[in-house]
Design a protein around this ligand. Structure first.
Ligand SMILES: Cc1ncc(COP(=O)(O)O)c(C=O)c1O
Length: 387
Protein backbone atom coordinates (compact mmCIF):
# COMPACT_ATOMS: atom_id res chain seq x y z
CA UNK A 1 0.00 0.00 0.00
CA UNK A 2 1.28 3.45 -0.86
CA UNK A 3 1.55 5.54 2.31
CA UNK A 4 1.11 8.89 0.66
CA UNK A 5 0.23 11.54 3.28
CA UNK A 6 -3.23 12.58 2.11
CA UNK A 7 -3.62 15.65 4.20
CA UNK A 8 -0.59 17.12 2.38
CA UNK A 9 -1.76 16.35 -1.18
CA UNK A 10 -2.97 19.82 -2.14
CA UNK A 11 -0.21 21.74 -0.40
CA UNK A 12 2.45 19.56 -2.04
CA UNK A 13 0.88 20.11 -5.46
CA UNK A 14 0.77 23.86 -4.78
CA UNK A 15 4.53 23.79 -4.12
CA UNK A 16 5.07 21.45 -7.08
CA UNK A 17 6.42 18.69 -4.90
CA UNK A 18 5.32 15.60 -6.80
CA UNK A 19 7.42 13.07 -4.88
CA UNK A 20 5.45 9.95 -4.12
CA UNK A 21 2.50 10.93 -6.29
CA UNK A 22 1.75 8.00 -8.55
CA UNK A 23 -1.37 7.15 -10.53
CA UNK A 24 -2.39 4.84 -7.63
CA UNK A 25 -2.79 7.65 -5.13
CA UNK A 26 -4.78 10.12 -7.23
CA UNK A 27 -8.37 10.90 -6.30
CA UNK A 28 -10.66 9.77 -9.15
CA UNK A 29 -12.07 10.55 -11.63
CA UNK A 30 -8.93 12.42 -12.69
CA UNK A 31 -7.64 13.62 -16.01
CA UNK A 32 -4.29 12.09 -16.94
CA UNK A 33 -1.86 13.13 -19.64
CA UNK A 34 0.72 10.63 -20.85
CA UNK A 35 3.64 12.99 -21.36
CA UNK A 36 5.59 10.72 -23.74
CA UNK A 37 2.62 10.46 -26.11
CA UNK A 38 1.76 14.16 -25.81
CA UNK A 39 5.34 15.15 -26.66
CA UNK A 40 5.32 12.82 -29.66
CA UNK A 41 2.06 14.35 -30.92
CA UNK A 42 3.36 17.90 -30.55
CA UNK A 43 6.59 17.00 -32.33
CA UNK A 44 4.86 15.13 -35.16
CA UNK A 45 2.63 18.09 -36.00
CA UNK A 46 5.49 20.59 -35.63
CA UNK A 47 7.73 18.51 -37.92
CA UNK A 48 4.98 18.01 -40.49
CA UNK A 49 4.02 21.68 -40.72
CA UNK A 50 7.67 22.70 -41.01
CA UNK A 51 8.37 20.11 -43.68
CA UNK A 52 5.54 21.26 -45.97
CA UNK A 53 5.86 24.97 -45.18
CA UNK A 54 2.50 25.68 -43.58
CA UNK A 55 2.02 27.65 -40.35
CA UNK A 56 0.53 26.11 -37.20
CA UNK A 57 -1.68 28.12 -34.88
CA UNK A 58 -3.14 25.32 -32.71
CA UNK A 59 -6.61 25.57 -31.20
CA UNK A 60 -6.47 26.01 -27.42
CA UNK A 61 -10.14 25.24 -26.71
CA UNK A 62 -9.19 21.57 -26.67
CA UNK A 63 -6.68 21.85 -23.82
CA UNK A 64 -7.30 25.25 -22.17
CA UNK A 65 -3.77 25.00 -20.87
CA UNK A 66 -1.13 27.69 -20.94
CA UNK A 67 1.48 24.99 -20.25
CA UNK A 68 0.57 23.14 -23.45
CA UNK A 69 0.23 26.35 -25.47
CA UNK A 70 3.77 27.33 -24.44
CA UNK A 71 5.09 23.95 -25.54
CA UNK A 72 3.35 24.39 -28.90
CA UNK A 73 4.90 27.83 -29.36
CA UNK A 74 8.33 26.55 -28.29
CA UNK A 75 8.07 23.98 -31.09
CA UNK A 76 7.38 26.66 -33.68
CA UNK A 77 3.65 27.45 -33.54
CA UNK A 78 3.03 30.96 -34.91
CA UNK A 79 0.33 31.70 -32.32
CA UNK A 80 -2.68 30.11 -30.68
CA UNK A 81 -6.30 29.87 -31.85
CA UNK A 82 -9.17 30.42 -29.39
CA UNK A 83 -12.96 30.00 -29.29
CA UNK A 84 -14.02 32.76 -26.87
CA UNK A 85 -12.89 36.23 -25.93
CA UNK A 86 -12.16 34.87 -22.42
CA UNK A 87 -9.80 32.23 -23.84
CA UNK A 88 -8.14 34.93 -25.94
CA UNK A 89 -7.59 37.15 -22.88
CA UNK A 90 -6.28 34.21 -20.91
CA UNK A 91 -3.72 33.19 -23.53
CA UNK A 92 -2.64 36.74 -24.28
CA UNK A 93 -2.34 37.63 -20.59
CA UNK A 94 -0.08 34.60 -20.21
CA UNK A 95 2.26 36.12 -22.79
CA UNK A 96 1.20 34.09 -25.84
CA UNK A 97 1.41 36.28 -28.93
CA UNK A 98 -0.64 36.16 -32.14
CA UNK A 99 -3.79 34.80 -30.56
CA UNK A 100 -6.55 34.35 -33.16
CA UNK A 101 -10.13 34.39 -31.90
CA UNK A 102 -12.29 32.51 -34.42
CA UNK A 103 -15.59 34.19 -33.57
CA UNK A 104 -16.70 37.79 -34.02
CA UNK A 105 -17.42 40.26 -31.20
CA UNK A 106 -21.13 41.11 -31.19
CA UNK A 107 -22.36 41.85 -27.67
CA UNK A 108 -21.32 45.20 -26.19
CA UNK A 109 -19.34 43.28 -23.61
CA UNK A 110 -17.40 41.34 -26.26
CA UNK A 111 -16.77 44.39 -28.44
CA UNK A 112 -15.36 46.36 -25.50
CA UNK A 113 -13.11 43.48 -24.45
CA UNK A 114 -11.95 42.84 -28.01
CA UNK A 115 -10.92 46.46 -28.43
CA UNK A 116 -9.23 46.50 -25.03
CA UNK A 117 -7.30 43.34 -25.86
CA UNK A 118 -6.29 44.66 -29.30
CA UNK A 119 -5.05 47.83 -27.61
CA UNK A 120 -2.84 46.08 -25.09
CA UNK A 121 -1.78 43.25 -27.42
CA UNK A 122 -1.16 44.46 -30.97
CA UNK A 123 -0.65 40.87 -32.16
CA UNK A 124 -4.22 39.76 -31.33
CA UNK A 125 -6.50 38.86 -34.28
CA UNK A 126 -10.22 38.17 -34.53
CA UNK A 127 -12.72 37.32 -37.25
CA UNK A 128 -15.82 39.02 -38.68
CA UNK A 129 -18.44 37.74 -41.11
CA UNK A 130 -20.83 40.70 -41.21
CA UNK A 131 -20.56 44.33 -42.33
CA UNK A 132 -22.60 45.35 -39.27
CA UNK A 133 -19.91 43.96 -37.00
CA UNK A 134 -17.22 45.74 -39.00
CA UNK A 135 -19.07 49.01 -38.34
CA UNK A 136 -19.52 48.32 -34.63
CA UNK A 137 -15.89 47.38 -34.18
CA UNK A 138 -14.69 50.32 -36.25
CA UNK A 139 -16.68 52.76 -34.10
CA UNK A 140 -15.48 51.19 -30.87
CA UNK A 141 -11.86 51.21 -32.07
CA UNK A 142 -12.19 54.87 -33.08
CA UNK A 143 -13.59 55.80 -29.67
CA UNK A 144 -10.77 53.94 -27.88
CA UNK A 145 -8.04 55.04 -30.30
CA UNK A 146 -7.28 51.40 -31.02
CA UNK A 147 -6.24 49.42 -34.10
CA UNK A 148 -7.31 45.83 -34.79
CA UNK A 149 -6.11 42.95 -36.95
CA UNK A 150 -9.10 41.34 -38.65
CA UNK A 151 -9.74 38.11 -40.56
CA UNK A 152 -12.88 37.62 -42.67
CA UNK A 153 -14.59 34.31 -41.83
CA UNK A 154 -15.97 32.43 -44.85
CA UNK A 155 -18.72 29.84 -44.97
CA UNK A 156 -17.05 26.44 -45.40
CA UNK A 157 -19.76 23.84 -45.10
CA UNK A 158 -21.36 24.43 -41.69
CA UNK A 159 -24.08 26.99 -41.29
CA UNK A 160 -22.92 28.51 -38.03
CA UNK A 161 -20.63 31.24 -39.24
CA UNK A 162 -18.97 32.73 -42.28
CA UNK A 163 -19.93 34.92 -45.20
CA UNK A 164 -20.53 33.24 -48.57
CA UNK A 165 -17.27 33.04 -50.55
CA UNK A 166 -16.96 35.13 -53.71
CA UNK A 167 -18.08 38.70 -54.36
CA UNK A 168 -19.77 39.22 -50.96
CA UNK A 169 -16.65 38.04 -49.12
CA UNK A 170 -14.43 40.27 -51.22
CA UNK A 171 -16.67 43.26 -50.54
CA UNK A 172 -16.48 42.62 -46.79
CA UNK A 173 -12.71 42.22 -47.00
CA UNK A 174 -12.42 45.58 -48.80
CA UNK A 175 -14.61 47.19 -46.16
CA UNK A 176 -12.13 46.02 -43.52
CA UNK A 177 -9.10 46.90 -45.64
CA UNK A 178 -10.31 50.42 -46.29
CA UNK A 179 -11.19 51.13 -42.67
CA UNK A 180 -8.98 53.52 -40.70
CA UNK A 181 -8.89 51.38 -37.59
CA UNK A 182 -9.02 47.82 -38.90
CA UNK A 183 -6.26 46.00 -40.75
CA UNK A 184 -7.36 43.25 -43.13
CA UNK A 185 -5.16 40.20 -42.60
CA UNK A 186 -6.85 37.45 -44.56
CA UNK A 187 -9.55 34.78 -44.55
CA UNK A 188 -10.66 31.90 -42.36
CA UNK A 189 -12.32 28.79 -43.81
CA UNK A 190 -12.77 25.89 -41.39
CA UNK A 191 -14.34 22.75 -42.81
CA UNK A 192 -15.84 21.04 -39.74
CA UNK A 193 -17.52 18.34 -41.81
CA UNK A 194 -14.28 17.18 -43.37
CA UNK A 195 -12.51 17.01 -40.01
CA UNK A 196 -14.39 13.95 -38.74
CA UNK A 197 -15.11 12.14 -42.00
CA UNK A 198 -13.99 8.52 -42.16
CA UNK A 199 -11.37 7.79 -44.82
CA UNK A 200 -8.63 10.15 -45.92
CA UNK A 201 -9.76 10.30 -49.58
CA UNK A 202 -13.27 11.20 -48.48
CA UNK A 203 -11.92 13.89 -46.11
CA UNK A 204 -9.98 15.29 -49.03
CA UNK A 205 -13.05 15.28 -51.26
CA UNK A 206 -15.16 17.10 -48.66
CA UNK A 207 -12.39 19.60 -47.94
CA UNK A 208 -12.15 20.38 -51.64
CA UNK A 209 -15.92 20.87 -51.76
CA UNK A 210 -16.14 22.98 -48.60
CA UNK A 211 -13.25 25.17 -49.65
CA UNK A 212 -14.50 26.11 -53.13
CA UNK A 213 -15.81 29.43 -51.77
CA UNK A 214 -12.34 30.10 -50.40
CA UNK A 215 -10.72 29.33 -53.77
CA UNK A 216 -13.05 31.72 -55.51
CA UNK A 217 -12.46 34.44 -52.91
CA UNK A 218 -8.69 34.06 -53.16
CA UNK A 219 -8.92 34.24 -56.94
CA UNK A 220 -11.04 37.41 -56.82
CA UNK A 221 -8.76 38.98 -54.19
CA UNK A 222 -5.72 38.40 -56.37
CA UNK A 223 -7.43 39.88 -59.40
CA UNK A 224 -8.52 42.89 -57.36
CA UNK A 225 -5.04 43.42 -55.89
CA UNK A 226 -6.13 42.78 -52.31
CA UNK A 227 -3.25 41.48 -50.24
CA UNK A 228 -4.16 38.30 -48.32
CA UNK A 229 -1.52 37.46 -45.74
CA UNK A 230 -3.31 34.75 -43.80
CA UNK A 231 -5.56 31.90 -44.90
CA UNK A 232 -6.46 29.94 -41.78
CA UNK A 233 -8.54 26.84 -41.07
CA UNK A 234 -8.01 23.10 -40.92
CA UNK A 235 -8.29 20.41 -38.31
CA UNK A 236 -6.54 17.34 -36.99
CA UNK A 237 -8.46 15.28 -39.56
CA UNK A 238 -7.32 17.36 -42.53
CA UNK A 239 -3.90 18.63 -41.41
CA UNK A 240 -2.18 16.87 -44.32
CA UNK A 241 -4.83 17.94 -46.86
CA UNK A 242 -5.48 21.65 -46.34
CA UNK A 243 -2.33 23.09 -47.85
CA UNK A 244 -3.51 21.92 -51.26
CA UNK A 245 -6.53 24.20 -50.99
CA UNK A 246 -4.73 27.42 -50.25
CA UNK A 247 -4.45 27.44 -46.45
CA UNK A 248 -1.33 29.17 -45.16
CA UNK A 249 -1.83 27.95 -41.59
CA UNK A 250 -3.64 25.28 -39.56
CA UNK A 251 -5.87 25.56 -36.49
CA UNK A 252 -5.64 21.88 -35.46
CA UNK A 253 -6.48 21.23 -31.83
CA UNK A 254 -7.32 17.61 -31.06
CA UNK A 255 -3.98 16.19 -32.23
CA UNK A 256 -2.44 16.95 -28.83
CA UNK A 257 -4.69 14.42 -27.03
CA UNK A 258 -6.98 12.63 -29.53
CA UNK A 259 -10.38 11.16 -28.63
CA UNK A 260 -12.60 8.27 -29.65
CA UNK A 261 -14.34 10.35 -32.32
CA UNK A 262 -10.98 10.65 -34.09
CA UNK A 263 -9.58 7.14 -33.48
CA UNK A 264 -11.44 5.27 -36.26
CA UNK A 265 -11.03 7.80 -39.08
CA UNK A 266 -8.08 6.25 -40.90
CA UNK A 267 -4.79 7.69 -42.09
CA UNK A 268 -3.67 8.71 -45.56
CA UNK A 269 -2.20 5.24 -45.98
CA UNK A 270 -4.91 3.05 -44.44
CA UNK A 271 -8.53 3.09 -43.38
CA UNK A 272 -8.00 1.64 -39.87
CA UNK A 273 -7.05 3.57 -36.75
CA UNK A 274 -6.05 7.21 -37.17
CA UNK A 275 -2.58 6.55 -35.81
CA UNK A 276 -0.79 9.74 -36.94
CA UNK A 277 -1.32 10.95 -33.35
CA UNK A 278 -1.67 8.87 -30.18
CA UNK A 279 -4.25 8.98 -27.41
CA UNK A 280 -2.38 10.92 -24.72
CA UNK A 281 -5.39 11.89 -22.59
CA UNK A 282 -7.40 9.52 -20.40
CA UNK A 283 -9.68 9.76 -17.42
CA UNK A 284 -8.49 7.64 -14.53
CA UNK A 285 -11.37 5.92 -12.72
CA UNK A 286 -11.82 3.41 -9.90
CA UNK A 287 -14.06 0.33 -10.00
CA UNK A 288 -16.08 0.96 -6.86
CA UNK A 289 -18.75 -1.76 -6.92
CA UNK A 290 -19.04 -5.15 -8.60
CA UNK A 291 -22.14 -6.98 -7.45
CA UNK A 292 -23.64 -8.00 -10.81
CA UNK A 293 -22.50 -10.29 -13.62
CA UNK A 294 -21.17 -8.58 -16.72
CA UNK A 295 -20.94 -5.16 -15.20
CA UNK A 296 -19.24 -3.00 -12.61
CA UNK A 297 -19.75 0.52 -11.33
CA UNK A 298 -17.05 3.18 -11.67
CA UNK A 299 -16.76 6.68 -10.26
CA UNK A 300 -16.66 8.21 -13.76
CA UNK A 301 -20.25 9.40 -14.16
CA UNK A 302 -22.32 11.96 -16.02
CA UNK A 303 -20.73 14.92 -14.23
CA UNK A 304 -17.34 13.65 -15.37
CA UNK A 305 -18.65 13.40 -18.99
CA UNK A 306 -18.86 9.59 -19.19
CA UNK A 307 -20.34 8.52 -22.54
CA UNK A 308 -21.13 5.19 -24.19
CA UNK A 309 -18.76 6.13 -27.03
CA UNK A 310 -15.79 6.26 -24.64
CA UNK A 311 -13.24 3.45 -24.71
CA UNK A 312 -11.41 1.65 -21.92
CA UNK A 313 -7.66 1.76 -22.51
CA UNK A 314 -6.21 -1.71 -22.98
CA UNK A 315 -9.62 -3.42 -22.56
CA UNK A 316 -11.45 -3.23 -25.88
CA UNK A 317 -13.87 -5.96 -24.71
CA UNK A 318 -15.30 -3.64 -22.03
CA UNK A 319 -17.65 -0.79 -22.91
CA UNK A 320 -18.77 2.27 -20.95
CA UNK A 321 -22.33 3.09 -19.93
CA UNK A 322 -24.08 5.92 -18.12
CA UNK A 323 -25.51 5.23 -14.65
CA UNK A 324 -25.88 8.54 -12.85
CA UNK A 325 -24.23 11.78 -11.88
CA UNK A 326 -21.36 10.12 -10.03
CA UNK A 327 -21.72 6.58 -11.42
CA UNK A 328 -20.61 5.09 -14.68
CA UNK A 329 -20.89 1.47 -15.80
CA UNK A 330 -18.38 -0.93 -17.27
CA UNK A 331 -20.15 -3.54 -19.37
CA UNK A 332 -18.92 -6.79 -20.87
CA UNK A 333 -20.23 -10.08 -22.14
CA UNK A 334 -19.35 -12.81 -19.69
CA UNK A 335 -17.25 -15.53 -21.24
CA UNK A 336 -16.29 -13.13 -23.99
CA UNK A 337 -13.57 -11.39 -22.06
CA UNK A 338 -9.85 -11.80 -21.65
CA UNK A 339 -10.03 -10.22 -18.20
CA UNK A 340 -12.84 -8.80 -16.10
CA UNK A 341 -12.36 -5.51 -14.27
CA UNK A 342 -12.04 -6.17 -10.55
CA UNK A 343 -13.23 -4.22 -7.52
CA UNK A 344 -10.67 -1.52 -6.74
CA UNK A 345 -9.07 -1.62 -10.22
CA UNK A 346 -7.90 1.68 -11.62
CA UNK A 347 -8.74 1.95 -15.31
CA UNK A 348 -8.08 4.63 -17.88
CA UNK A 349 -10.77 5.77 -20.28
CA UNK A 350 -10.41 7.60 -23.58
CA UNK A 351 -13.08 10.26 -23.81
CA UNK A 352 -15.34 10.92 -26.79
CA UNK A 353 -15.12 14.69 -27.11
CA UNK A 354 -12.05 16.47 -25.80
CA UNK A 355 -13.57 19.95 -25.64
CA UNK A 356 -16.45 18.82 -23.46
CA UNK A 357 -14.38 16.58 -21.20
CA UNK A 358 -11.44 18.85 -20.49
CA UNK A 359 -13.94 21.56 -19.58
CA UNK A 360 -15.10 19.42 -16.61
CA UNK A 361 -11.76 19.01 -14.87
CA UNK A 362 -9.58 21.57 -13.19
CA UNK A 363 -6.18 20.00 -13.75
CA UNK A 364 -4.15 17.57 -15.80
CA UNK A 365 -2.06 15.10 -13.87
CA UNK A 366 0.94 14.69 -16.13
CA UNK A 367 2.40 11.18 -16.04
CA UNK A 368 5.58 9.48 -17.18
CA UNK A 369 4.74 5.84 -16.78
CA UNK A 370 3.08 5.51 -13.38
CA UNK A 371 4.68 8.62 -11.86
CA UNK A 372 3.01 12.03 -11.80
CA UNK A 373 5.71 14.48 -12.84
CA UNK A 374 3.68 17.66 -13.19
CA UNK A 375 0.24 19.16 -12.70
CA UNK A 376 -1.12 21.68 -15.21
CA UNK A 377 -4.22 23.76 -14.53
CA UNK A 378 -7.06 23.62 -17.05
CA UNK A 379 -8.00 27.26 -17.23
CA UNK A 380 -11.02 29.40 -17.98
CA UNK A 381 -13.54 26.57 -17.77
CA UNK A 382 -17.35 26.79 -17.83
CA UNK A 383 -19.30 29.58 -16.10
CA UNK A 384 -18.01 33.10 -15.79
CA UNK A 385 -14.39 32.20 -16.48
CA UNK A 386 -15.32 30.78 -19.88
CA UNK A 387 -17.27 33.85 -21.01
C1 LIG B 1 -12.93 27.03 -35.83
C2 LIG B 1 -12.22 25.75 -35.52
N1 LIG B 1 -10.96 25.57 -35.96
C3 LIG B 1 -10.27 24.46 -35.69
C4 LIG B 1 -10.80 23.44 -34.91
C5 LIG B 1 -9.91 22.29 -34.52
O1 LIG B 1 -10.28 21.08 -34.93
P1 LIG B 1 -9.68 19.74 -34.31
O2 LIG B 1 -9.83 19.77 -32.82
O3 LIG B 1 -10.57 18.75 -34.95
O4 LIG B 1 -8.28 19.66 -34.73
C6 LIG B 1 -12.12 23.56 -34.45
C7 LIG B 1 -12.72 22.48 -33.68
O5 LIG B 1 -13.91 22.34 -33.47
C8 LIG B 1 -12.84 24.76 -34.74
O6 LIG B 1 -14.09 24.95 -34.29
Amino acid sequence: MNEYPWQEFESRIARRDFRGITKDVLPTPAMLVDLDILERNLQTMADYTKSVGIGLRPHAKVHKSVDIARRQVALGAIGITTATIAESELMSNAGIENVLWTKQPVSRNNIARTIALAKRDATFLFTVDDPQVVDWVEQAAEAADAHCRVIVALYAGIARQGIEGGAAALELAWRVASSKRLRFEGFMAYSATASHTKGWQERKRISADDLTGLQETLHLSKRAGLEVKIVTGGSTGTYNIDKDYGLTELQCGSYVFMDTSYFPLGTRESDGIYSDFGGSLTVLTTVDSKRHPGRAAIDYGNKAMARPTDQVKGMPWVSVGNQGAEYGALLWKEGDVTREPQLGDRLEIYCSNLDMSTNCYDRYYVARGGEIVDVWPIMGRAGAAQR
